[in-house]
Structure formats: structure tokens, C-alpha cells
Design a protein around this ligand. Structure first.
Ligand code: SF4
Length: 86
């Protein structure tokens, strides 16, 4: 974890997949990403169901973050499509 924290690169923040994509579980509950889904970290303080978002999508939502997010922001960054920066 220390190596990931020491390798943090703020320029990766712009390209993070959680800024433009969501993850939806089999029951329709929504998460910022598949990592957060596996860690049971809901989109907001209260679990959000896809049916709620389809009725009214907020203009902006806070992203639930924790130490595992260093995995996306260290070095060249990481996402489902590969590195974030060259
Ligand atoms: S792990 Fe954190 S930084 Fe990476 S996509 Fe998910 S919320 Fe965003």
C-alpha cells in the first residue's frame, strides 16, 4: 500500500473510469465501479437502485473512495481499458 501511495499521480484523476461509468449488480444496485461493488461500497451513503437513477439522474454525485483507489491513481493509472496516462 505504501508503494501505491508513494506512486500516486494526480494527473490520473482526469481519466478515472468512475467519473463517467457506473457498475450495476445483478439486483440493480449501482456502484461507482466494480471494485466498489465487490467491497460493498454503495454509490451514496444509502444504496441506490438503478430504477431511482432512471427516474432522476443527479447532475453530480460524490464518488465513494478508499485506499483501494490508489490502484487506479498510481503510476500510469489503471482502468478496465488499461493505463490512464502515457
Ligand atoms: S477504485 Fe476508486 S478510483 Fe478506481 S474506479 Fe473505483 S472509485 Fe474510482
Amino acid at each position: 500500500m505504501n508503494l501505491l501511495k508513494q506512486s500516486y499521480q494526480p494527473e490520473n484523476l482526469e481519466q478515472l473510469m468512475c467519473k463517467s461509468l457506473l457498475s450495476v449488480d445483478w439486483q440493480g444496485y449501482v456502484y461507482d465501479c466494480d471494485f466498489n461493488q465487490m467491497l460493498d461500497m454503495p454509490l451514496t451513503a444509502n444504496s441506490t437502485h438503478l430504477s431511482q437513477l432512471l427516474k432522476k439522474m443527479p447532475e453530480a454525485m460524490a464518488i465513494s473512495v478508499a485506499d483501494h483507489c490508489y490502484g487506479c491513481t498510481a503510476g500510469q493509472g489503471s482502468s478496465c481499458t488499461g493505463v490512464l496516462t502515457n
